[in-house]
Design a protein around this ligand. Sequence first.
Ligand code: NAD
Ligand code: SER
Length: 316
Amino acid sequence: MRKILVTGCLGQIGTELTLSFRKVYGDANVIASDLIKKDVPAVIDGGCFEQLDVLDAGRLAAICSQHKIDTIIHLAAILSAVGEEKPQLAFNVNLSGLYNVLEVAREKKIQVFTPSSIAAFGPSTPPDNTPQDTIQRPNTIYGVTKVAGELLCDYYYTRFGVDTRGVRLPGLISYTALPGGGTTDYAVHIYYDAILHNRYESYIGPGTRMDMMYMPDCVKAFITLLEADPARLVHRNAFNIAAMSFAPEDIAAEIRKHLPDFELVYHVDPVRQAIADSWPNSMDDSCARQEWDWKPDYDLASMTADMLEHLKIKLA
Ligand code: NAD
Ligand code: SER
């Protein structure tokens, strides 16, 4: 059985991924870690937790040795909106953190899975049906670190044989943990506000389409690619994966099928709007479908029904 270290385990993805991974690989085989020990009992008490700053290469190596880690799921990062507020921090965490993970993986022959993002594309990228291999000139620090991260992962595979794998994630929607400061966060907050206030004020303007995905599909993608036959992988890192693409008014219309009086208004934030405008409208994920049988389970309608059902209970 794998022995897995998850970095950034208390974030939006890590919280759910750690719990799902423990079900698949066993509680004792998934070591959760994050910068600060936040109060997330399901993750902290459900298995081993280590406090770990990924910028501390010595402690990272010691944890890998102590637990005989053979797989790292590297999630610790600064996302797009916080990145624009703190570009130096984003550069350090996203690039030096990944470098430390890849170096320990090289030394100890560890497999590394780390997500890239739709942010790895920029304004000169073809926005519709964005190909797997295309122009990548992002204009955010987050995007710059994601492109460099994709290349670093490719380099560690071709130069040192480190088994690196990864996907370009769309914006993620989930009800367990709140998102950590990205541009696509509105697509989570809209569901919370629909339940709490029957109204949402969107910082992303009408007509702004972005790729999105429901968290269960994200976790499924991680496990499927992690376990995929390496002989079939042509791209290996940074696979485009897609599930749905929508603008704020599209989610609102779907929410109104459950809450007919739901109101959507706009108060556009120019910084996050500019970031959103620089990202694709929808990605072509045919390489992921061909090379490791990627297929999402949720579309906008099924995700909306499930989100509202769970949030009604959570926020009651
Ligand atoms: P998040 O912001 O919710 O969580 C990130 C976690 O990293 C936090 O718990 C934070 O405490 C931790 N962290 C920050 N600095 C750290 C450090 N120095 N050492 C250790 N931990 C540190 O992010 P997320 O949404 O869970 O994203 C995880 C990964 O997925 C990131 O690489 C992100 O770029 C990528 N991604 C996320 C989305 C999304 O919509 N959530 C979309 C595309 C890509
Ligand atoms: N959800 C992320 C963000 O908006 C995309 O990588 O930053």
